[in-house]
Design a protein around this ligand. Structure first.
Ligand code: SAM
Length: 482
């Protein structure tokens, strides 16, 4: 592995950070001073990035906004929200545009986000080598060179795939003679270093390589969070960090059992040993477990040998294995039916079937079950699309206790769910409830999202409106309004 350019080390040291060797993890980012919750630890622009939807044009190639998009009239692949972003990208896109325009329509369809990310990375490296665009200590190919690739652990099938992808990149860029082995190696780096760029509501919009941020290791109980404003990545502290603390973010969805989390981490080639993973066996039965037969008991079930029966870990009441099996297969059958309604765009029917599934799952699963949570999230989404705000609010509220149980207190998902609840309550004129939910949302999101973005300004605006409305209603003479 190549050592990091001194300039980056200096830049990090100025921010109160250092790169250290962490036993069993390779490099890691460590604090050299204290950080307070919500403070930006590190931020940066991508070395290379691409929107996820390429031919349809859902996001600007530069700033990732989704409004006012216009297609490049030559290659018909790049999209921009205006001339400022187009100019920012022009030196790079000029080369990319020429290459893409020469492709047949069938070849253009092969431009997946990963392939396009590689094309853009190679072109950027060329432009920096030729000094057409400047290199700096925090923006140079040396940082990409230093990234972990795990190439020696990649299996043969994946290596063949990387080789085919490298060949495709060579076909797209015939004027540049590529070292195909090296290109395959970079694909392997993408797999364990590239980040999904999300909008403030955590919807994925693109993929980017942020080499300095890629020095941060994973934990299922992270002390920092990575979020984006446009194309800029921000890592913020979620809790007070003292000097000499390793900064960690989560690479995956953490509302999941230990087994699921470890599966999702497979392509990073490590087994997480964070405190939550070590204690996994305590938490997992709750997240995936069946509920006690006694409706008043909040215990979860443990299977007896052969799964013929289950016993509540709290009150020791038994639940028949056959009954559990019958309910499970009923849910499975209905889930197939519901998914086919969703695929055919029949949200009304899908909503009705998911409602029955939710009722059955409530009988089967513990109230903190991830399966039940996902069904409620689906119902929330469906009823939002159907503009049935009352039903949407009911399911949104039902997810909050589970979010608060499965995520740490300052997690963006918790803040965003309170925000959705608050917006629905405001719409339905439950003003006092809206004020409470928006306040909770702001308390969490000011830590995870900072306070300066348009998204946060809108939240603060809504909060002010709710506050004013509540104090108006409570003012003498107006009490009857609420
Ligand atoms: C984005 S990089 C993080 C920086 C990396 N440690 C390095 O030396 O460049 C991801 C890689 O770091 C290592 N890694 C990240 N989190 C880890 C953890 N919790 N335990 C062990 N290895 C980890 C794995 O090798 C993973 O593929």
């Amino acid at each position: 592995m190549v050592s990091l350019p001194e300039q980056l080390e200096r830049e990090l040291s100025g921010r109160g950070l250092a790169i250290a060797s962490i036993p069993g993890k390779g490099r890691g980012l460590v604090t050299t001073r204290r950080f307070f919750p919500g403070e930006v630890i590190l931020c940066g622009e991508p070395y290379a990035s691409t929107p996820n939807k390429i031919l349809v044009g859902s996001n600007c190639d530069h700033c990732f906004t989704s409004s006012n998009l216009r297609k490049c009239s030559v290659c018909r692949v790049a999209w921009y929200c205006g001339s400022v972003c187009q100019k920012e990208e022009w030196k790079l896109h000029q080369l990319e545009c020429r290459a893409i325009s020469a492709l047949t329509d069938d070849r253009k369809k092969m431009l997946t986000p990963t392939i396009r990310l590689m094309v853009r990375l190679i072109l950027r490296r060329k432009l920096q080598n030729e000094k057409v665009i400047p290199s700096t200590g925090t923006d140079n190919y040396g940082l990409v060179d230093a990234l972990e690739s795990h190439i020696s652990e990649v299996d043969d099938k994946q290596l063949v795939l990387y080789a085919q992808m490298a060949n495709l990149v060579q076909l797209i860029l015939p004027a540049i003679e590529l070292d195909l082995k090296e290109t395959a190696h970079i694909f392997s780096k993408f797999s364990c270093n590239a980040h999904t760029i999300c909008d403030p509501e955590l919807r994925p919009v693109g993929t980017g390589l942020f080499p300095a941020i890629s020095t941060i290791n994973h934990s299922c109980v992270p002390n920092a969070v990575l979020l984006f404003e446009g194309r800029t990545a921000y890592v913020r502290a979620l809790q007070p960090l003292s000097n000499n603390t390793e900064v960690s973010i989560s690479y995956i969805e953490t509302a999941a059992t230990t087994l699921k989390r470890h599966n999702d981490l497979k392509h990073y080639f490590f087994t997480c040993t964070c405190p939550r993973c070590i204690k996994g066996s305590e938490e997992d039965p709750l997240l995936e477990g069946y509920r006690c037969k006694d409706q008043n008991c909040d215990g979860f079930l443990l299977p007896d040998s052969g799964k013929k029966a289950y016993t509540c870990q709290k009150c020791s009441m038994c639940r028949d294995g056959e009954e559990v099996k019958k309910l499970s297969s009923e849910i499975l059958l209905l889930s197939d039916k519901a998914s086919s309604f969703v695929s055919s765009g029949n949200n009304n029917e899908a909503g009705s079937v998911y409602k029955i599934i939710e009722q059955l799952e409530r009988k089967l699963y513990h109230s903190f079950s991830i399966t039940l949570l996902h069904t409620r999230e689906t119902l929330l989404k469906l009823y939002m699309e159907l503009q049935d705000w009352r039903s949407a609010l009911m399911y949104c509220r039902s997810t909050i206790p589970v979010y608060e149980r499965v995520y740490p207190p300052f997690h963006p998902m918790v803040g965003l769910q309170f925000y959705t609840c608050g917006k629905l309550e405001w719409l339905l004129e439950y003003t006092e409830d809206a004020l409470k939910s928006l306040t909770r949302a702001a308390d969490v999101l000011r830590i995870t999202h900072g306070t300066n973005s348009q998204f946060m300004k809108e939240l603060f605006g809504k909060l002010e409106e709710a506050r004013a409305e509540v104090s108006f209603r409570l003012s003498p003479g107006n009490e009857q309004i609420s």
